[in-house]
Structures are given as structure tokens and as C-alpha cells.
Design a protein around this ligand. Structure first.
Ligand code: SF4
Length: 416
């Protein structure tokens, strides 16, 4: 399938959202609940696992009706499953096995499918890697964020740098060969040396994949995303204060220098920057995230989860209790919303997502009549934001330079 395919298609990837964390980091605007909901006698984890199981079946029923079942040839087996959060490593391995079992039975899992579990590195958060591997997980994505104890405290994280090393070692020993870490830059108080040291430390751990994101401090309330059917939760007052102080310490120039440091250090260590924020050793690119960037259809379950069928984007509302209530007793699909993606929006998305990848865009597509990029191509090439190169088949293509990646928002704003 290509970026240009239109119309509804069955999913090739599946996302399950697990919204629990032991505590809330003040910068986080993922759909997360913490505290008593996440562990202890009144934990809602068991209720969520039941609800996810039910939603998986209901979504599969709907797909069977639209496209036929996976064993009928009406739907491709899933190439990837991703348990994200939150902290999905708070789930018992038996629950992960149960959910993956339902996914396999109702969606089909392709041979060698990539099955990722997000985990936090802390000893009481990362769970049992060997047991997760036995449950079917073959890729671990660790929220390291920094390898500097002072910065981790500033970010409100519960783990220490040594926990990241321990989590990677446990994953390897437990049979999870594919390990990714997330790290953050443009963090208040983060010196250039501290950032370089974090990059060097994760490289030294021998990980397969690094996601490096600038710390973003958005305001989902102001963006109107936190209503009853919204895909975000309201921001707490303490988090709002933390963000206001942190924004004052962010610095665009420092962030640009830090990005260049990541390009240099990760490149020198043998990682390919295959996407603006993602570097992989050969063959370790995230297949699941590539499905998003290639606009392939994906199914999604859990509070706040987003799905796409090639024509319509759909999301579940973020609030946990209404989600659980809908899927218990007389089960029905949870509250949420959807919006069709018209041809113009689809073309803009394809151009922007294509340019996020180092495989870029075919010049023929970029210059085709009606292309969003066509009017801006010469400007972007002249400004050094894009460069021409030959694709694997010799086709003329364009992709962002490092300067282009740093100024990508300026170019992308022209494409929407
Ligand atoms: S651990 Fe991750 S998902 Fe959980 S609150 Fe912190 S940033 Fe958000």
C-alpha cells in the first residue's frame, strides 16, 4: 500500500492504550491517570484489561462486517501491535498475554510481527521483561528521558540512570532483543554536556533505537481537547505552574544545537536518523510508527486512542470511567469522535509525514499538479531545507536536510 491509497482499508497495525502511571510527570499530556487508580486495592487496571478485551472484540466484529475476517483473506494479519501509555509495564504479563491472544485470534498476527511494550525503567514500574517476552512482546520501548539524576528529578521522574541500564540488561537477558529508549532535550537546566552525555550513555547501553524529542509544553485545555469527548485530560494546576516555569527556561537556539548533537553522535554510532525524531540501527526502525508515518490504516483501543482506516480518523474519549462504563455490563463502543480526512488534507498529511522520513518524497509526486509542496519546492531547495537524492530505484526524491528538520514546522505550515 502507498501513501496515495484512498478509501477505507483494514488495519495493518494495532495500538492499545494503557493509561496508568505510578505518578504524573508535570510535563506529560498523554492520557494518564495515576495514584490509587494505578496500583493498590482500588486499582482500575483489572477493569481496564476487561474493557480493552471487550473493545478489541467489538472493533474486530465491526472489521469483520466491513472487510471480512482475517482468516477469510478479507483483512491482512497485523504487522505490528503497540502497547503504549501511560506505563503498560504495570500490567501483569498474564494480562498482556491475554490481550495479545485476543489480538492474534481476532486480527491475526503476521509471522515476525513487531510487538512493542512501553515501560518505565524504575524497579517498581518496569515489570518482568522475561515474562513479557513469554507473553509475546519482542520490542521494549523504555522511557529513559535522561541519564542525569538531577534532570530526572527536575522532570518529576521516579527512576535513576542506573535503572535504565538495569532495564536494558533485563530485557536482553529476558529475550527481548529489540530495545528502544526515549530521551528528551530542551529540558530546563540541561547543559550541552549533559545532553551529549545522555546520548553517549544510551549508545553505550547498546540499544537498537533512540527517540529524541524536544520537551513540548502544550496546553490541551487551551486547544479545546479536554472536553467530555476530547482525546486529552484536563491539565492539573500543579502541572500548569511547572510548565509555565519550565517554558521560561527553554531556548530555541539551545534546542537546535542539541538536535545537531543528536544527529552527529547517533549518526557516528551507527544509527540512521530515519525520521525527524527517531534513530535506529539497521533493521530496527519502528515498524509500528512507520505505519503511522506512511498513513497505513491502524486500529486502536483504550482511552484516548486514535485509529485511521485510510479515510476517517477516529478517537476514543480520554476519560477513563466513561470508557470503562461503556464497555462493561451491556458492552458498547466507548464515547469518542471521528472526522473524515478529505483529499486535500490527505495530500497535506502525506507530504508532511513523507518529509518527516529520510526516504522523503518522490519529486514526481512533489511537483505533480495540485501538490501542496510544488509551490514551495524551489524555495525549500534554495533555502537549503530540502536536498535532492536518488531513491533505491533511482527515482529522483527530495528530503529534509538537518537545517530543514530544524525548520520543518515552517515548511509544514505552508503545506496545510
Ligand atoms: S511516565 Fe510517561 S506517560 Fe507516565 S506521566 Fe510520566 S511522561 Fe506521562
Amino acid at each position: 500500500m502507498s501513501q496515495g491509497d484512498a478509501g477505507p482499508r483494514p488495519p495493518v497495525a494495532l495500538y492499545l492504550h494503557v493509561p496508568f502511571c505510578v505518578s504524573l510527570c508535570p510535563y506529560c499530556d498523554f492520557v494518564v491517570v495515576a495514584g490509587a487508580s494505578a496500583r493498590g486495592a482500588s486499582s482500575r487496571i483489572a477493569a481496564l484489561v476487561e474493557a480493552l478485551a471487550t473493545e478489541l472484540r467489538l472493533r474486530a466484529d465491526a472489521l469483520d462486517t466491513r472487510f471480512g475476517g482475517p482468516s477469510s483473506g478479507g483483512r491482512p494479519a497485523l504487522a505490528s501491535v503497540y502497547l503504549g501509555g501511560g506505563t503498560p509495564s504495570l500490567l501483569a504479563p498474564g494480562d498482556v498475554a491475554r490481550l495479545l491472544g485476543i489480538a492474534g485470534a481476532r486480527f491475526g498476527l503476521a509471522d515476525g510481527a513487531e510487538v512493542t511494550l512501553e515501560a518505565n525503567p524504575g524497579p517498581d514500574e518496569r515489570g518482568d521483561a522475561a515474562a513479557f517476552a513469554r507473553a509475546g512482546v519482542n520490542r521494549l520501548s523504555l522511557g529513559a528521558q535522561a541519564m542525569d539524576a538531577r534532570l530526572l528529578r527536575r522532570l518529576g521522574r521516579r527512576h535513576a540512570p542506573a535503572d535504565v541500564a538495569a532495564a536494558v540488561a533485563e530485557a536482553r537477558a529476558g529475550g527481548i532483543a529489540n530495545v528502544s529508549v526515549d530521551v528528551l532535550y530542551d529540558v530546563p537546566g540541561q547543559t550541552p554536556d549533559a545532553w551529549a552525555a545522555t546520548l553517549d550513555a544510551v549508545v553505550a547501553l547498546g540499544v537498537d533505537h533512540v527517540s529524541a524529542y524536544a520537551l513540548t509544553l502544550d496546553d490541551p485545555d487551551a486547544e479545546g481537547l479536554t472536553g467530555p469527548l476530547g482525546d486529552h485530560l484536563p491539565t492539573r494546576a500543579g502541572a500548569r505552574r511547572w510548565r509555565a516555569a519550565a517554558v521560561a527556561e527553554q531556548d530555541e537556539d539551545r534546542a537546535a544545537d542539541q538536535y545537531r548533537t543528536a544527529v552527529e553522535r547517533l549518526g557516528a554510532a551507527g544509527f540512521r536518523g530515519y525520521e525527524i525524531s527517531n534513530w535506529a540501527r539497521p533493521g530496527r526502525e519502528s515498524r509500528h510508527n512507520l505505519a503511522y508515518w506512511r498513513r497505513l490504516p491502524h486500529e486502536a483501543v483504550g482511552p484516548g486512542a486514535h485509529a485511521f482506516d485510510g479515510a476517517v480518523r477516529r478517537w476514543n474519549a480520554a476519560r477513563l470511567e466513561p470508557y470503562l462504563a461503556a464497555l462493561s455490563a451491556a458492552p458498547a463502543l466507548p464515547p469518542g469522535g471521528e472526522e473524515p480526512v478529505d483529499a486535500a488534507a490527505a495530500a497535506a498529511e502525506a507530504a508532511i509525514l513523507g518529509l518527516r522520513l529520510d526516504t522523503g518524497l518522490a519529486v514526481a509526486a512533489a511537483t505533480a499538479p495540485g501538490s501542496r509542496l510544488a509551490p514551495h519546492l524551489d524555495w525549500a531547495l534554495g533555502a537549503g531545507l530540502l536536498t535532492r537524492f536518488a531513491g533505491e530505484d533511482g527515482e529522483a526524491r527530495v528530503r529534509l536536510t538537518t537545517d530543514g528538520r530544524l525548520l520543518s514546522n515552517e515548511l509544514f505550515a505552508r503545506l496545510v
